[in-house]
Design a binder for this molecule. Structure first.
Ligand code: DGL
Length: 260
């Protein structure tokens, strides 16, 4: 089984892409809603939560772990790889590869949570592979709570986005990384505000593709279900009406969320 975790519902954008690309694989998802947001917390706390999330998914039988959260990927990946023997897939590397493949100008914008931007992980990873690239970053700490609340089409959200994207105006970027798995849910608001000539890199889709090739190169790591239909189990550490509604909107079907 493929174990996927996030601080909340944002990682469901990764799970949705994994469901589509790997329909024969069972998925166990854990959304740590009770402790969201991670992005405003310290690296130690985020790492501690990530260790516990991974333990939970391994106990339930996961053979590979996907950190469907840029914040946890930025600060906790190394520790998880030291602690556990299963493969740990994170969301930053696939997004960086997509940036390098797509950008013509080498001028890149990155938006993410405060912890992700503070870690500087995107700038370090991009310039390690392409030293002449320029990376401009912007922390957007208000976006995760707005998405978790289901405020994805409100006037206030649009105003806040305009404010966050303003610093990119004179930077001539041709690519913007949605460096938080919650942000694909704001994609339709971000694109017109950043301009249609700027390509958006969605870390959730890139991660699902990366996982697909990783599993193809490592057959036998997690078994596809064969005759049995794949199961998709979604655990959350807190359950509210808005979470239920946003989850249903992400998957376009009623979602059964299991409280743990
Ligand atoms: N989806 C998480 C990310 O990709 C959000 C983190 C948070 O809880 O602040 O960074």
């Amino acid at each position: 089984m493929i174990g996927i975790f996030d601080s909340g519902i944002g990682g469901m954008t990764v799970a949705r892409a994994v469901e589509q690309l790997l329909p024969d694989h069972s998925i166990l998802y854990l959304g740590d809603i009770a402790r969201t947001p991670y992005g405003t917390k310290s690296a130690e706390t985020i790492t501690d939560y990530s260790l516990r999330n991974t333990e939970f998914l391994l106990e339930k039988g996961s053979g590979v772990i996907v950190i469907a959260c840029n914040t946890a990927s930025s600060v906790a990946t190394e520790r998880l790889r030291q602690e556990f023997r299963v493969p740990i897939i994170e969301v930053v590397t696939p997004a960086v590869h997509a940036v390098l493949a797509r950008s013509q100008s080498g001028r890149i914008g990155v938006i993410g949570t405060s912890a992700t931007i503070r870690s500087n992980v995107y700038e370090r990873s991009i310039t390690a592979l392409a030293p002449d690239f320029r990376v401009f970053s912007q922390a957007c700490p208000l976006l995760v709570p707005l998405v978790e609340e289901g405020w994805v089409n409100k006037r206030e959200t649009k105003m806040i986005l305009r404010r966050y994207l303003h610093p990119f105006r004179d930077k001539q970027i041709d690519t913007l990384v949605l460096g938080c798995t919650h942000y694909p849910l704001l994609r339709d608001l971000i694109q017109p505000r950043i301009g249609k000539r700027v390509g958006l890199v969605d870390s959730s889709i890139e991660t699902a593709r990366y996982l697909q090739s990783f599993l193809a190169e490592n057959p036998g790591l997690v078994r596809a279900n064969g005759e049995q239909p794949a199961t998709h189990t979604y655990f959350v550490t807190d359950l509210t009406d808005s979470v239920q509604q946003v989850a249903a909107r992400i998957f376009n079907r009623p979602m059964e969320l299991e409280l743990v």
